[in-house]
Unconditional design. Structure first.
Length: 121
């Protein structure tokens, strides 16, 4: 769940909620924390534009269920824009004309979109 008000850990109280409040103060429409079973339903219904997961596996399973062919991984907190397709290297199908480029194309499009909105100040 979402920490149960500190019963199952204090990360929500000490780190996540303060980060959400800072994002709001910076003009970002942020909300949460939400339990994963709720937030991915919100994504499926297009009620949210983005989900931030604290752990790789927490978000990857439902994310791939929703967008396996077109999913994009975005790494935040770096001095550069970094996106990648949301799949592995697939060496087993390399050079066999079996790979689907959709996720790679979406990763490039997302990087270009982010570059257009990047603040250089």
């Amino acid at each position: 769940h979402a920490g149960e008000s500190g019963i199952m850990g204090t990360e929500e109280i000490t780190a996540i909620i303060p980060a959400i409040n800072k994002a709001r103060k910076d003009g970002i429409n942020a909300s949460g924390p939400y339990p994963p079973d709720v937030v991915f339903h919100k994504a499926l219904n297009k009620e949210v534009d983005m989900i931030v997961c604290m752990y790789h596996d927490q978000g990857l399973i439902p994310f791939k269920m929703l967008a396996f062919e077109t999913g994009v991984n975005v790494t935040v907190g770096l001095p550069i824009i970094r996106t990648s397709p949301d799949h592995g290297t697939a060496f087993d199908i390399a050079w066999k004309n079996k790979a689907n480029p959709s996720s790679m194309i979406e990763a490039i499009k997302q990087a270009l979109k982010m570059e257009g909105k990047r603040s250089w100040t």
